[in-house]
Design a protein around this ligand. Structure first.
Ligand code: TRP
Ligand code: SF4
Length: 355
């Protein structure tokens, strides 16, 4: 039996951090065993909010690709590609737009939130409003059965299914309704205790070297009530402890006991955590280095991914064009021209040409 197909993607917005890894990437790596996977770098989506200054997009695509390959997205098993290199996405997004009632977009929670929150950019654009339309096209053009995403993307998947139902109702079953594969996200705060985010400058990046990781972990906030080494700690309020839960699971009961009884100092506890993180990141760093000195390999990977994505997307588009009575090519148009013209004009076209 054919494996089910999934598609997911990210906007290229810079280096990936540990939060991205435990929240999504790790899950994607594992899904490769079970599903036929498409992983897409959504550079057109990046444009929807970064249209004023696009100078970093190319560098961000490169870093995202390196991050993805170094953590184990596997081009032998998965299709890894760049959205803008498969122009069919734009064609389908245009068509889906015809089926999309404006209120569906205006009521989208991600749209409303971002319009409210992001004050330094004008997001009242056609492109930004249409973000979910493009995302729906990304998904259904591969007839994906499911889409692994975090909580924040649920409304976009909801929207995708609604558009699919509408188009299928009118033109017959063109697309399957994609399911949402919610990834269980362990809570991983930034090094300052707030949400891990590039804009807060509190990230540990997958590409950080071991020394940088040690320094960042050393600066992490711990239990504020634990001033002296002899004070008993409260691991439940300590960010370092929440990291141990994710990166040092087997030692968690021990660390918890030692912390509560003041048997371990925060400095040692942090050293221990830094080692655990570095242990995870070491193979990624090695892979990243290999890739960096091997641009021709990276080219092959992405060319192969783009080409395969294009093939699958074009196959879908043939069906879509046919269903919508749009032209797949002009052959049928030209064929219909001769006899039809003869009938309506009542003259031999050759004669007409001469006069
Ligand atoms: N909107 C997604 C995000 O911000 C990125 C994305 C674009 C995507 N197209 C997609 C995710 C298709 C899943 C499927 O993370
Ligand atoms: Fe946090 Fe560890 Fe210090 Fe306890 S010992 S407060 S868990 S850093």
């Amino acid at each position: 039996m054919a494996r089910k197909r999934i598609l997911s993607g990210n906007r290229p917005s810079g280096l990936l951090h540990l939060g991205n890894y435990v929240g999504a990437l790790q899950n994607w790596v594992n899904l490769q065993d079970e599903y036929e996977c498409f992983f897409m770098i959504a550079d057109w989506h990046a444009l929807t909010s970064e249209y004023i200054d696009t100078s970093e997009i190319e560098g961000n695509i490169r870093e995202m690709l390196l991050d993805w390959l170094s953590v184990g997205l596997d081009p032998e098993r998965s299709t890894i590609f760049i959205q803008s290199q498969v122009k069919q996405h734009a064609e389908l997004a245009l068509m889906l737009g015809m089926f999309t009632p404006l209120p569906w977009l205006e009521r989208c929670p991600t749209y409303k939130e971002q319009i409210m929150e992001i004050a330094n950019r004008d997001l009242s654009t056609y492109g930004f409003l249409g973000y979910p339309v493009l995302q729906a096209a990304d998904i259904v053009i591969y007839r994906a059965d499911a889409v692994p995403v975090g909580e924040d993307q649920v409304p976009h998947l909801e929207f995708t299914r609604e558009v699919v139902r509408r188009i299928n109702h009118i033109y017959g079953k063109l697309f399957p309704e994609p399911q949402t594969l919610l990834s269980r996200v362990p809570k991983l705060p930034g090094t300052d205790g707030r949400k891990m985010s590039k804009s807060y400058n509190n990230c540990i990046y997958l590409s950080d070297d071991a020394e940088t990781v040690r320094k960042k972990v050393n600066k992490m906030v711990t239990d504020p009530a634990r001033v002296r080494r002899t004070d008993k700690g409260h691991p439940e309020v300590c960010s370092v402890f929440s990291y141990h839960r994710v990166f040092n699971a087997d030692q968690v009961p021990t660390i918890e006991r030692q912390c509560r009884n003041a048997e371990i100092g925060c400095t040692d506890c942090k050293q221990n955590l830094a080692s655990a993180i570095n242990h995870l990141l070491d193979p990624f760093r090695r892979k990243r280095q290999e890739l960096q000195v091997n641009p021709e390999y990276v080219r092959e990977v992405i060319e192969k991914g783009n080409a395969h994505a294009r093939e699958v997307a074009e196959e879908t588009m043939r069906d879509v064009r046919a269903a919508l009575h749009l032209l797949n090519n002009i052959d049928t148009l030209i064929e219909s021209l001769g006899p039809a013209a003869k009938k309506s004009a009542g003259v031999n076209p050759k004669q007409r040409n001469r006069s």
